[in-house]
Write a protein that binds this ligand. Structure first.
Ligand SMILES: Cc1cc2nc3c(=O)[nH]c(=O)nc-3n(C[C@H](O)[C@H](O)[C@H](O)COP(=O)(O)OP(=O)(O)OC[C@H]3O[C@@H](n4cnc5c(N)ncnc54)[C@H](O)[C@@H]3O)c2cc1C
Length: 363
């Protein structure tokens, strides 16, 4: 068996680690000059989105002996709407770093990989397919899956973000639900140290000719964050992404090509979280190649989560700022604490059933 992995990100590197443990040495092809060669940003694991697994890091460690370190816990989430605020003081998840940082998740995975990583790769999928018996498609985007007509696109998103310096409570994450700053989307502040944080707005791509609105949204958002924190925050780095495709593969595997991570559809449409699912797809693809089961079967549960998440996202698109105020007001207190408190219950499933009739009614 000769395995090529296209992409040295979360799913590709995880897959390589698992294959190596079972005596298969893949070759990894990475288009960038080094692992994680992109802007530094803080990302999160939220237990609300992975239940019944409440602690993703513990789960990966106990179930798969995959040892990864977050940079910190999230012990408080503050959700803001235009006029309301909910403060939930629970252990809701973890923050980790991505990109050009020695503690980034991809750097931690790369330390555990023994196989060759060929950087600056220009090899196309078609070339790899000719030379290798199996290809793991782990490029972090849907490009090839779309070319193969194997990807159902549900949403295309724009993200604008910055690294900021200030004084932060590194255990608290702030979220904004406000259509005047992020229409049909959200904004957040994720600290990755006491002095550094990311602020990001994410919303569906704007129509052609409306792109300049992004600057307006961003200015509103930045001002709102500064006033909320009572600080003038210094921007040290910025990024902007358009056309970030959220969707899912029709087939997780075609022939001997396995679609993993975002190529599979690990980024969930509701809030864009995809790290945990990306790591799992890397493990599952390797397990299939090692003869422990079928990749299509392993990924069924992720497809289900994706569907719940898509229903929630469609529901969220109908909410006005008044609706957000109502929800946030009621999240402050017993309901919010109960929703975010670790439990075996998966609220996404219940919430998606609750919003389904409203979406159908609108159609
Ligand atoms: C701004 C932003 C914030 C996010 N925040 C969160 C969050 O808070 N929580 C969360 O769970 N998820 C978050 N996500 C989603 C999460 O980052 C992704 O779902 C996850 O990284 C996908 O992993 P992957 O293995 O598919 O791809 P990646 O980890 O992105 O790796 C893909 C790799 O493939 C390489 N590559 C690309 N094209 C080629 C090619 N042609 N040949 C060879 N190599 C190639 C890339 O250089 C990269 O190294 C966020 C995403 C973005 C953009």
């Amino acid at each position: 068996m000769k395995v090529a992995i296209m992409g040295a990100g979360l799913s590709g590197l995880t897959c390589a680690i698992m294959l190596e443990r079972h005596g298969i040495k893949p070759t990894i092809f990475e288009s960038r000059t080094q692992v994680g060669d992109r802007f530094i940003n803080g990302e999160a694991f939220l237990s609300l989105l992975t239940r019944p697994i409440n602690d993703s890091f513990q789960y990966l460690s106990d179930e798969y002996q995959l040892y990864l370190r977050p940079t910190g816990s999230i012990n408080q989430i503050i959700i803001n709407s235009e006029n309301e605020q909910a403060s939930i003081k629970e252990h809701v998840g973890f923050v980790n770093i991505r990109g050009r940082h020695k503690l980034s998740l991809e750097a931690q995975l790369a330390e555990q990989v023994k196989s060759d990583i060929l950087f600056n790769s220009k090899h196309s999928y078609e070339e790899l397919l000719q030379e290798y018996s199996h290809v793991i498609m782990a490029t972090g985007d849907a490009e090839y899956a779309m070319k193969l007509q194997n990807f159902r696109e549900d949403l295309s998103v724009s993200l604008k973000g910055a690294t900021i310096e200030g004084n932060f409570d590194r255990f608290s994450v702030l979220v904004w639900l406000d259509n005047t700053m992020a229409p049909k989307g959200y904004g957040y502040l994720l600290p990755f140290s006491d002095t550094e944080a990311n602020i990001v707005i994410a919303h569906p791509d704007l129509q052609e000719g409306q792109e300049e609105l992004v600057t307006k949204f961003w200015e509103r958002f930045y001002d709102r964050v500064c006033s909320e924190l009572g600080q003038t925050l210094r921007i040290t780095d910025q990024f902007q992404i358009h056309n970030y495709k959220l969707g899912i593969c029709k087939s997780a595997r075609i022939g001997n090509t396995f679609f993993t991570g975002n190529c599979f559809g690990s980024a969930m449409p509701f809030l864009g979280f995809g790290q945990f699912a990306a790591i799992l797809t890397g493990i599952y693809a390797a397990y299939d190649l090692c003869g422990y089961g079928k990749y299509e079967d392993y990924t069924k549960i992720l497809k289900k989560s994706y569907d719940y998440s898509l229903t929630l996202r469609r529901g969220m698109e109908h909410l006005t700022n008044q609706n957000f105020d109502f929800i946030v007001k009621h999240l402050n207190g017993y309901v919010g604490d109960k929703l975010f408190r670790p439990s075996k219950h998966n609220p996404l499933k219940t919430l998606s059933y609750l919003v389904r009739p409203f979406i159908k009614k609108e159609r």
